[in-house]
Each structure stands twice: as structure tokens, then as C-alpha cells.
Ligand binder design. Structure first.
Ligand SMILES: [Zn+2]
Length: 465
């Protein structure tokens, strides 16, 4: 316990130094948080009232802007949307001047603890170091306009709590906890010297880090799932096939057997939530769906039959428009670099199939191992326009991703509607200097374009004149 406190202490100091350096936005962040009556994520001590005047609304559902409206925020929720609302005496009034108010962005596949870790996936860095670099990166994600992330692997529980308690600034986190893998699978970062493992024996250093964990039987899978749930996982992530960054798994392999996948699905659904799997190939996708998995991460190498199966069962595709730069984290010529090329080559086909079969499709980035790459989060959203209209892309990253979050059911850490600007929804809002539907490149330049960033009714950035 003292270790955790120490990590958070160091991390908070890191955020302060970042905010001091980033004078364009983050100074507003600390000022507004400290004067607010609301702790980020917590219930308001005194209900604060903010009235946005003269805004056009992109509501996260329709790809069209409304006419000029006022939006009243009370505490952490949007209370009223109507033209020319009466001002209350204590309300903070913000004149939007005809700018666009839209929902905060949601990244459906993020790794809070790994995105800025320069470890290239070997998880060998000291966990305290990983936490220290994760904290300012979480703050940067919020400053990029991402007010919610769905964490698809990594021990993000402590950082989530620190954010929710207002200790540091960052997005809402829907944590999966450790990604669960089989021996040799995607997520097994041990070396052959660590073999043989005895079933039930104490875990490896990586198991203990909480970022990835090995399970090799239905019983072990059930236990690992329950361990994540006990720590507060809102959904469970398994790696059902080979992966790019892991050293031992070829891309074509199917890893878990149906009994193991089923054990995970049963344990998660007993807890009121669901399992998502990392899967690129039709074989991995098909087996996982047969076991009751609800969401496929990536799907980059899927075929027509897999897409048809997903459509017929209402399975979500959570996929990523990977930029070529992402390959640069792996040494040229390495197995990982070759595997990345193959996955990258499947991206276009996956999006075409998603469109053709009208799959429920979520936008995520899966950026890893480099803070510089983490900064591509917004550009990746804009890149969706290779397959979608700007309006469709923005709906995907807000309202549609918000629907995916609802699969967590009673385990939803932030009950309420997220990703929409509607009366009664949580007040996660961006004020954009321009119309992002007409010009999505505004979203790719968050420092200039996002003039207000609000999460849970709290203003973290305000650069209005
Ligand atoms: Zn991932």
C-alpha cells in the first residue's frame, strides 16, 4: 500500500510539471479543477451550474448540427437544451459565439498503462516507472479531447481511481485489467528460460505486474477473470489469437480452446458483464463467437464468412485505422515489424467488410509504447474518413462508442449516457472553434480547435478569449 501511495504521489508531481510546461491549455486545467465544486468522477459537493449560450450542437447521434441552442449543465449532468434559457444567479455563463458543442471523444481500445511505456511490450520496466509515465499521458489524452477510454489491457485500476478522485487529470477509464493469455499466446512475454510452468504455481513478474497474465486451463481462466473483476474490471479481455508485439505467437494461431473461452464468458456474465477478445483471423473470431464473446478487437484479417457471422449475431467490431508510423516501434526486419505489416495490410479490407455487413463498429487506436505515437490519437480518428464521412466518423467515436460502453451493464463504472449531448447525459463536452463535420481536421488539431474540454461537468481547459 505505501508503494501505491508513493507512485501516485510521484505521478501527481509529474502532471503538475506537464501542466506547467503546456501553458496553452493545461494551466487552465489546474486552475479550473481547483476552483470547481466537483471532484472529477465523484459526486459534487455543491452542485455547480454552467450555462453554454449560443452553441450549435453535434449530439453524437445525428451527423448534422442543430441550430443555435443553450445548454445547461448542473453538477455532472446535462440538464436542459433549448434556445435562450434563463440564467440562474450562480451559473457560470459561457458564450459559445456560435461554436460547436459536441460530446467528448471516446477511444474504445486504449492502453492507459502501456501507451507511453517505451518498453516495446516486454513489460520489463519497473511498474512504478510505467505508472509515472502513464499519468501525464492520461492527462494528455484528456487534453486531446478524449474524455473516456476503454482500456483493453493493463493494470489501470490505481490510475483510474486517482483520476476519479480528482488526484490527477485524465479520461474516464473502463478497465479490463490484465489481458489474459495462454502460454505462448499474445500476452506471454516470458522467455523459454521461464519454462516449464506448473499449473497453479506462483505467477511470473509479468503476471504480478497486472498488465498481462497467463492462464492454461478453464479453471485458471475462471480464476484470472475473477481476479480482474475483483479489482474493478468493467469488461474482460482475452487474447484469442496471435498478436504483433508478443514474441512467441504467430499471427495465424488460435490460442484458447473453446472450454477456456467459455469459462471466461461464464465468469464474466455471472458478474453482469462481457468478454472481448483480441482476434485477427477468421478462425480466432469464429471460435470466440461460438463461446459467447460479444466484442472482437481488431478483426484485421477477417473474411466474408466471419463478417457475416458477426452481423448475424450482433457482435461488435472494435477496430483501428492503424497508421503506418505504428510499425516504427519495432526494429526493422524483426518478426514484430513483419507481423505489423501483415495486419496493417488488412485494415482496408476489415473496414470494407464492416461497412458491407453494417457491423456495429467502434473506433479505437490501440497506440502503444510511445508517447509520440499516443499523440496520433486524433489523427487516427480523422483517418476514418478513408471509409466513412466525417459525420459518420464522429458519430462512431462518440455516440456509437458510448453504446459499446453500455455492454458493461451493472459493472458500468460511470452509469449514465456517455458520448451524446442530450438532456440527462453525463456532461463530457468539447467546444470546437469551427464545424468538425465540415472540417474533421479540426479534431486532428486539438490544441487549437478544442477551446473548452469538460468532463463530468468540470472544465479542464478553457481558452475562449
Ligand atoms: Zn491492444
Amino acid at each position: 500500500m505505501p508503494t501505491i501511495l508513493r507512485i501516485i504521489g510521484i505521478a501527481a508531481a509529474a502532471v503538475l510539471s506537464v501542466s506547467q510546461m503546456d501553458n496553452a491549455s493545461a494551466h487552465v486545467l489546474s486552475a479550473d479543477v481547483s476552483t470547481s465544486t466537483t471532484a472529477a468522477g465523484g459526486s459534487p459537493a455543491v452542485s455547480s451550474v454552467v450555462l453554454f449560450r449560443n452553441v450549435r450542437i453535434f449530439d453524437g447521434v445525428s451527423a448534422r448540427l442543430t441550430g443555435v441552442q443553450d445548454v445547461l449543465i448542473r453538477g455532472s449532468h446535462i440538464e436542459r437544451i433549448a434556445p435562450a434559457l434563463a440564467a440562474e444567479p450562480n451559473a457560470q455563463i459561457i458564450d459559445g459565439g456560435g461554436r460547436v458543442l459536441m460530446p467528448g471523444l471516446i477511444d474504445a481500445h486504449w492502453h492507459t498503462m502501456l501507451v507511453a511505456d517505451p518498453g516495446r511490450g516486454d513489460f520489463e520496466n519497473d511498474p512504478a516507472y510505467m505508472a509515472v509515465v502513464a499519468v501525464p499521458e492520461a492527462s494528455r489524452a484528456l487534453m486531446r479531447g478524449f474524455t473516456t477510454v476503454r482500456d483493453c489491457g493493463g493494470s489501470s485500476f490505481a490510475l483510474k481511481n486517482a483520476i476519479d478522485n480528482g488526484v490527477v487529470a485524465g479520461p474516464r477509464i473502463y478497465p479490463s485489467g490484465a489481458m489474459i493469455s495462454v502460454t505462448s499466446g499474445h500476452g506471454d512475454f516470458r522467455t523459454p528460460r521461464d519454462l516449464p510452468r506448473t499449473l497453479g504455481a506462483p505467477g511470473s513478474f509479468i503476471d504480478h505486474s497486472g498488465h498481462a497474465v497467463i492462464a492454461d486451463s478453464p479453471d485458471e481462466v475462471r480464476m484470472r477473470v475473477r481476479e480482474q473483476l475483483m479489482q474493478g474490471a468493467s469488461q474482460i479481455k482475452l487474447t484469442a489469437g496471435g498478436g504483433v508485439s508478443s514474441p512467441h505467437s504467430p499471427l495465424d494461431v488460435v490460442t484458447f480452446i473453446p472450454e477456456e473461452l467459455h469459462a471466461a464468458v461464464e465468469a464474466a456474465s455471472n458478474w453482469g458483464t462481457y468478454v472481448t477478445v483480441h482476434a485477427y483471423t477468421p478462425e480466432a473470431i469464429t471460435q470466440a463467437i461460438g463461446a459467447g464473446v460479444k466484442v472482437i478487437e481488431h478483426g484485421s484479417l477477417m473474411d466474408e464468412a466471419a463478417a457475416r457471422l458477426m452481423a448475424s449475431k450482433g457482435i461488435w467490431l472494435s477496430t483501428q485505422p492503424f497508421p503506418a508510423e505504428l510499425g516504427s516501434v519495432f526494429p526493422a526486419g524483426s518478426t514484430q515489424a513483419e507481423k505489423f505489416k501483415e495486419i496493417f495490410g488488412g485494415t482496408d479490407n476489415a473496414f470494407r467488410l464492416a461497412r458491407k455487413y453494417r457491423l456495429k463498429t467502434a473506433f479505437g487506436t490501440d497506440l502503444l509504447f510511445s508517447s509520440a505515437l499516443g499523440a496520433l490519437q486524433n489523427q487516427m480518428l480523422a483517418n476514418l474518413t478513408q471509409w466513412y464521412t466525417p459525420g459518420e466518423a464522429l458519430v462512431m467515436a462518440t455516440g456509437t462508442n458510448g453504446e459499446l460502453l453500455q455492454l458493461t451493464g451493472k459493472r458500468n463504472p460511470y452509469p449514465g449516457r456517455i458520448g451524446v449531448v442530450q438532456e440527462g447525459a453525463l456532461a463530457d463536452l468539447l467546444l470546437v472553434d469551427g464545424d468538425p463535420i465540415a472540417d474533421i481536421s479540426l479534431i486532428a488539431r486539438p490544441e487549437q480547435s478544442l477551446q473548452i474540454i469538460m468532463k463530468d461537468g468540470v472544465i479542464y481547459k478553457n481558452t475562449l478569449p
